[in-house]
Ligand binder design. Sequence first.
Ligand SMILES: Cc1ncc(C[n+]2csc(CCOP(=O)(O)OP(=O)(O)O)c2C)c(N)n1
Ligand SMILES: [Mg+2]
Length: 403
Amino acid sequence: MTVDSSAARKPRRSAAGKAGTTGSSTGTTGTKRTTRTTKKSTDPELVQLLTPEGERVKNAEYDAYVAGITPEELRGLYRDMVLTRRFDAEATSLQRQGELGLWASLLGQEAAQIGSGRALRDDDYVFPTYREHGVAWCRGVDPANLLGMFRGVNNGGWDPNSNNFHLYTIVIGSQTLHATGYAMGVAKDGADSAVIAYFGDGASSQGDVAESFTFSAVYNAPVVFFCQNNQWAISEPTEKQTRVPLYQRAQGYGFPGVRVDGNDVLACLAVTKWALERARNGEGPTLVEAYTYRMGAHTTSDDPTRYRGDEERQSWEAKDPILRLRRFLEASNHADEGFFAELEAESEALGRRVREAVRSMPDPDHFAMFENVYADGHALVDEERAQFAAYQASFADAEAEGV
Ligand SMILES: Cc1ncc(C[n+]2csc(CCOP(=O)(O)OP(=O)(O)O)c2C)c(N)n1
Ligand SMILES: [Mg+2]
């Protein structure tokens, strides 16, 4: 049997991508090894365009993706983040007052969500988790609609195809598979739109995420995996999920991974645009790790003081995403006091509108949960509906008998 030794010399398809790239080496005797000129492959590198102090820093690779941004667009990003935070705070209060069953706050993650959300085109498709209220805002989903499921009055709250924004997904990581399958379909259709899947650091440990990385890589699917590493998966810190920085996992699957400052809206916008452009150009998937922090509790059912210290939160408060863009807008004279005052009034009006909308949501029709389970109906669902009808009727009988 002959062995084609040339195969061993062929350069392998680069899996290194942008970040963590090291010099290549064939590893064969007598071949000069390339000297490592970059950092160790395990050293995290962070793409940042705005410092926490609001100073613009240059970046040779990503500046081009925000080069033409206007002061109006910058104010728009600021407005998006402020309104999202206001709406989120209202939802937390509503839960505390018994109007919602549960709420998962996005506090601290506004830049990651607005930056990536505003990078999308209308024809792109989004697969969110349960915390993507900022992305929902960018997609034009009415904030009041997000609250129906958390109040328990509907089974979702919006038509995914109206805004190309899938329903919230609570089964951790499963939406990355949905996104990958959808993206494979987009490619087969020959469309140039892209798909983005949101998930968390904890979800990165799920088998579903590993499978979607494998499938999207080998099928070259036009999908962006947007991982918000908010440092916590309920009470588990990220170091319990991984031995390497999460973005470096992409290398093993054969596509690029980048870590971006998730509290920097400009950097998130630029990096997501780059990743979406790769998808549209047929270059396949990208993993974006937005390095951020969950400032609040996991959900309103959680008490983070049981498992993490206040110092950690304080250190992240200094990196607040809204504050840093405000500093930049003020220092560059892109926004005046009038703008901030108007926005404050708009925020309060949004809070009031959401509160009123939630309180006036009608109770659901009890039989609605049997609808849309199967497209053509199903005998088991019919049986369950009948059982439930009998159960409901038993109350009427009891009332008639004065029990
Ligand atoms: C398959 C599955 N396992 C466990 C859970 C329970 N669970 C809900 S949220 C969560 C942690 C998720 O953490 P992460 O992915 O980091 O997202 P984050 O909540 O921080 O946004 C877990 C384990 C679930 N919903 N689904
Ligand atoms: Mg997390």
